[in-house]
Structure formats: structure tokens, C-alpha cells
Design a protein around this ligand. Structure first.
Ligand code: AHM
Ligand code: MG
Length: 333
């Protein structure tokens, strides 16, 4: 069987007119950085990379050593290639400018370098999430405003999941494609063409310890699922919660499901728990490209117009029929 690498896949996408030469370079560089992060993640305690870094990030969260390492790897890998106008990261408060001695390009790259980092020390899957936007035309300087575009403007999005195998999942707006890292060869092999999320599911993901803080529509929806066969849904539902968005969304992309981090009393003041620009938007683009749906409970995530770089948002995504149902419960209320 012919093994197609990510590099070959991207060249073919370029020939088909779906990615520009610069976007191809950008995606290659992100994938290369992901390989370096994967090496660090998998060495774990052997490389002394576990534990706290002793610093806080912009959101006031304690940074893990691997948060800092992954962030540095992505920034350094992408700075010099000439394809970017600027970068933004969960771990960096302001826009990361391209150093003046490197050429600049037309794209903006946003990322959560190591998502689910509370799982690092217990050896459970973590990931990297990224989103690509165009730098608005006619702008020579890059400010926070340059990034404040709705998710529908993304031209590429993806994530890497560092699990039993490392997988790189990508969309450039023509379906969702996944690649598995061949560690001996050091290359990503095209293993999952056109991933799709089934419309129906019997599996849900939510942090149920927040149940007492949920809004009425979420309480109603989850309560109906939990009543199983004898309730209004007439069948049993299974629950999973990894507490790594990447791992939870990867499961939804692989076998269906609904993933929810809704608005609740604990996160209401911040607008939600997950970050819009580098968590919710790229995942929403992937899920929509795979035939699923993604809303805040009240509107399509990709339509949310961001007001600030590190904005948070409620997230409900996955199998279309379930997302539509829970969204309808919100809109009725
Ligand atoms: P992080 O970016 O600081 O790792 O936080 C995001 C993570 C998501 O990966 C995950 O879905 C969620 O936070 C888990 O939250 P909780 O610990 O409340 O279950
Ligand atoms: Mg995160």
C-alpha cells in the first residue's frame, strides 16, 4: 500500500488550489513543531519536563513546564519562515510579533500549545490546538485587533493529540484529515481521510461535578440523557470526560458524541471556561467540516465576533442532532 505523508498530502492540496505555498509551509512548520512537542511529552519524567514551571500565564493559571516548552517550540519554529504576520498563544498575554530581522507573511497563527495540561503529570493524553487566519489586508502593523475575526474566517485549523500514538488532525476547509506519527520515520502518515461525525450518538461528555452550577437547559438535557431507556430519550447514554478537550473532541470526531463545556455559575463572569480563538474556533471548524455542529447554546460558535484575544465562550459541539437539541432547549428558555 502506498503510504502518503503529510508533506505529500499538502503538496497535492496545493496543486488542487486549496492551499497556497505559504499556507503549506505554515502547516509543515506547525507539524514539525508538533513532532518536537510529542518527543518532549513522551519522555515525561526521564527528561525532567513534568511538574510546575513556577509561573502563571495570562489567565492566572499555574504553568506546567511542558506548557512553557511547547509554547517556546511553536513560537521559535514559526518565527523565521516568512509565512506569518504574527502569532497569539494561550500562554502569552499580547500578540507575539515576528522579530524585525525576519521576513513577514500574510497569515496569523493562534494556538493553545498544550491543552489539558492538568493531565500531564498523570500520563493522560494532552494536545496542541491551532487556528490560522489571514492578516487583514492593508495592515502593516499587527495588533490584537488584527486577530479579532470570527471563526468563520479561519482558513485552516487543527490539533495534535499526544496519546498512545500522536495524531495530527487538519482541515483546510475541505473535510477533516488525520495523520499518525510514524516515530521511526519521523513523518506523519495519512491514516484517516475525511473523518465524519455521525448525526446520532449515545455518548456525552461534560464535567458533571459542575451540575449544581448549570443553567436550566443544560440540567434538563443531561437529566433526560441520564434517565436512559425509561426516560424521554428511550435509550441509554454513556458518559466520558478526559478533561483534555483535544482527547474528548478526538473521541467525538472518531466515533461521535456530544462535548459540552457550557456556561455555568462558576464561569459566568468570564463568559465560559474554554477560550474562543484557539480552542473553540478551531474545534468548531473541524467539527463542522466533519458534518457535526458547534454552538455556544445560543449561537453558532464560528459566528461569534471576538472582543478580545483571550475571550472565553461556552462550547457545545459534536453530533448534529444532539447539538441542535440542546441548543433548542437554550433558545426556548
Ligand atoms: P487548559 O487549556 O488550561 O488545559 O484548560 C482547558 C481544559 C480543556 O482541555 C478541558 O476540556 C477542560 O479544561 C477541563 O476542565 P475541568 O478541569 O473543569 O474539567
Ligand atoms: Mg487549553
Amino acid at each position: 500500500m502506498r503510504r502518503v505523508t503529510l508533506t505529500q498530502f499538502l503538496i497535492e492540496q496545493q496543486r488542487a488550489g486549496r492551499v497556497s505555498a505559504d499556507l503549506r509551509l505554515l502547516l509543515e512548520v506547525v507539524a514539525r513543531a508538533v513532532k518536537a512537542i510529542s518527543v518532549n511529552v513522551s519522555k515525561g519524567a526521564l527528561a525532567g519536563v513534568l511538574g510546575e514551571a513556577g509561573t502563571d500565564n495570562v489567565q492566572g493559571e499555574a504553568q506546567k513546564k511542558l506548557d512553557v516548552i511547547a509554547n517556546e517550540i511553536l513560537l521559535q519554529a514559526n518565527e523565521w519562515g516568512g509565512h506569518l504576520a504574527g502569532m497569539a498563544s494561550e500562554e502569552v498575554e499580547t500578540v507575539h510579533q515576528i522579530p524585525f530581522d525576519y521576513p513577514k507573511g500574510g497569515y496569523l497563527l493562534l494556538f493553545d500549545p498544550l491543552d489539558g495540561s492538568s493531565n500531564i503529570d498523570i500520563n493522560v493524553s494532552v494536545g496542541t490546538i491551532f487556528s490560522v487566519l489571514r492578516n487583514p489586508e492593508g495592515r502593516t502593523d499587527v495588533t490584537e485587533d488584527s486577530f479579532l475575526q470570527p471563526g468563520s474566517e479561519q482558513i485552516a485549523a487543527g490539533y495534535a493529540v499526544y496519546g498512545p500514538s500522536t495524531q495530527f488532525v487538519l482541515t483546510v476547509g475541505h473535510g477533516v484529515h488525520a495523520f499518525t506519527l510514524d516515530r521511526e520515520m519521523g513523518s506523519f502518515i495519512y491514516t484517516h481521510p475525511f473523518m465524519t461525525v455521525p448525526d446520532e450518538t449515545s455518548e456525552f461528555a461534560i464535567n458533571a461535578s459542575n451540575a449544581r452550577h448549570w443553567e436550566a437547559p443544560v440540567k434538563r438535557y443531561i437529566d433526560e440523557l441520564q434517565q436512559g431507556k425509561t426516560g424521554p430519550r428511550g435509550r441509554d447514554f454513556n458518559m466520558r470526560w478526559v478533561a483534555s478537550m483535544v482527547a474528548d473532541v478526538h473521541r467525538v470526531l472518531t466515533r461521535g458524541g456530544i462535548f459540552m463545556y457550557p456556561l455555568d455559575e462558576k464561569c459566568r463572569a468570564q463568559g465560559g471556561k474554554l477560550r474562543l480563538m484557539y480552542e473553540a474556533n478551531p474545534m468548531a471548524m473541524l467539527i463542522e467540516q466533519a458534518g457535526g455542529a458547534a454552538t455556544t447554546g445560543r449561537e453558532r460558535i464560528l459566528d461569534v465576533v471576538p472582543g478580545k484575544l483571550h475571550q472565553r465562550v461556552p462550547v457545545i459541539l459534536g453530533s448534529r442532532a444532539e447539538v441542535e437539541r440542546v441548543t433548542a432547549y437554550h433558545l426556548e428558555g
